[in-house]
Design a binder for this molecule. Structure first.
Ligand code: GAL
Length: 504
């Protein structure tokens, strides 16, 4: 079973509500064992189908272990029990908080998952998931480069803020805002619809849209008419992470349909493919859709979403990928953002024009980090040549958010044609990241990881430059002077000092 974090997907699932908790009296409770198989009836999806999950638990005294398999995702869990009360954590998730807290009362589990009420009952045979026929993966071959994404893709994606609430109107108004805010002209070209657009398959196997997207072709035409490009989402498994129908067994058919709609970008998310294939089979499975996309003849950016599994950086480009996830889902929190960018460090040698490492989409402007932390988020994504996919509400963003996302000096570092991914050269509380640029100059970022402001010194020697001709602070947009081969500046807590330094 694939062990992985499905924070955003699962939170969206929970947000729409598993069945309401039964009101049972605590006074009648007595300690029972949680060991066994539990069935969770899921929410009603936007296409009218029903989500569900099977939870296998083993209780050993006060310790719990087990697995969760929902239609779209699965994970190993661990937890603790005290009397009737218990808590569950993802076994290998980077999260200190339990995702589920609840009680076993009178043979039923009831509790809160990410703040939403759920309940579960012992399974019966009828709860088993249908077994789908296994389709052999294709033989490996190298797919030629599609010529796209010569610099890291830039745009907007619906997931981080809207999750299941995205619809046609949201996408249209977001496209309008990409223009009025200046995002399009700054290079943010792709408007990407993430999970939850899907309807059901008809008798011919054609996948329709659900009521939120009445006419995908018309929506694509609208987005194109604004000088923007449009992206969509699917999975190589039978279901997406949000439990919607996905491309398993329909890869070519779906790719043709995407092309016919005018889609320019596909994010292809592993999700339930993990219930059919092993991690070792990631490469041929991603190759299958890479082939299908190229067979359409339409230029479509191919974004692999496999949470950094399977050493994807080593083969992502061979399957036709233009970018691939190096990490699990980002959250709008400093620790999560820094965890993701640090996890990306070993992949640096594999980034380059046409094929990029992806530490997940931006959270800038979503409200749970400070402005300095968001500047660091933008700065580090730019230094590491990561895709810049805004995840906030472009229609209502504040001036500070605009000044971060639209910082042309920082965007130029991300979009530099040399395509090098910065690595940290100095660790400690002041972490220094250096990125060589196409014109021979060097971008440097010094991140202050400590809780107080600190003075940072950047020396020409650290940058590999014999002498400095020009240095520009990329947040104040002012030129600064190196004295005796060094420049010192104050960096706020969790902030970033960013310079572009040239010797010529
Ligand atoms: C996750 C993915 C997220 C989002 C979500 C949709 O697996 O990492 O970025 O696409 O699924 O269900």
């Amino acid at each position: 079973m694939i062990e992985r974090r499905k924070w955003k997907a699962a939170r969206a699932v929970a947000a729409l509500g598993f069945i309401t908790a039964l009101l049972l009296s605590v006074s009648t409770a007595r300690a029972q064992s949680l060991t066994g198989r539990w069935a969770v009836n899921g929410r009603t999806l936007e296409n009218g189908e029903q989500d569900k999950a099977i939870v296998d638990l083993k209780q050993d005294g006060s310790r719990l272990t087990g697995t969760i398999q929902s239609l779209g995702w699965s994970t190993s869990v661990k937890g603790t029990v005290e009397g009737t009360h218990f808590e569950l954590f993802g076994s290998d998730w980077n999260d200190k908080k339990p995702f589920f807290v609840g009680d076993l009362l009178n043979g039923e589990i009831q509790g809160m998952q990410w703040g939403n009420k759920i309940s579960a009952r012992p399974t019966t045979a009828a709860d088993d998931f249908p077994k789908l026929p296994y389709i052999d993966p294709p033989a490996l071959r190298k797919i030629s480069y599609n010529g796209l994404a010569k610099t890291p893709p830039m745009g907007w994606n619906s997931w981080n803020l809207f999750a299941e609430k995205v619809d046609d109107q949201t996408v249209r108004t977001m496209a309008d805002a990409m223009i009025s805010s200046g995002m399009r002209d700054a290079g943010y070209i792709y408007v990407n619809i993430d999970d939850t657009w899907e309807g059901t398959r008809d008798a011919q196997g054609n996948l329709g849209t659900n009521h939120k997207f009445p006419d995908m072709k018309a929506l694509a035409d609208y987005v194109h008419s604004k000088g923007l490009k449009i992206g969509i989402y699917s999975s190589p498994g039978p279901r997406t992470c949000g439990a919607y129908p996905a491309s398993y067994g329909h890869e070519e058919q779906d790719a043709k349909m995407f092309a016919a709609w005018g889609i320019d970008y596909l994010k292809y998310d592993w999700c339930s493919a993990g219930s059919i294939y092993k991690n070792e089979q990631l490469q041929p499975i991603y190759q299958r859709m890479g082939d299908a996309l190229q067979s359409t003849g339409r230029p479509i950016v191919y974004s692999l979403c496999e949470y950094g599994m399977g050493n994807v950086e080593k083969w992502g480009a061979d399957v036709g990928g233009n970018l691939w996830r190096t990490t699990d889902d980002i959250r709008d929190e400093w620790d999560s953002m820094m965890f993701n960018i640090h996890k990306q460090v070993p992949t640096a040698p594999f980034a380059g024009p046409g094929h990029w490492n992806d530490p997940d989409m931006l959270e800038i402007g979503n409200g749970h980090m400070t402005d300095d932390e968001y500047r660091t988020h933008m700065g580090l994504w730019a230094l590491t040549a990561s895709p810049l996919l805004a995840g906030n509400d472009i229609r209502t963003m504040s001036d500070v958010t605009k000044s971060i996302l639209l910082n042309k000096d920082v965007i130029a570092i991300d979009q530099d044609s040399l395509g090098k991914q910065a690595s940290p050269v100095k660790s400690g509380d002041l972490e220094t990241w250096i990125k060589p640029l196409a014109d021979g100059s060097v971008a440097v970022g010094v991140v202050n990881l400590s809780a107080s402001p600190a003075s940072a010194t950047v020396s020409a020697k650290d940058l590999g430059l014999s002498k400095v001709k020009k240095a520009r602070d990329l947040w104040s947009h002012q030129d600064v002077q190196f004295k005796n081969g060094a420049y010192s500046g104050t960096v706020p807590s969790h902030g970033i000092l960013m310079l572009r330094v040239s010797a010529r």
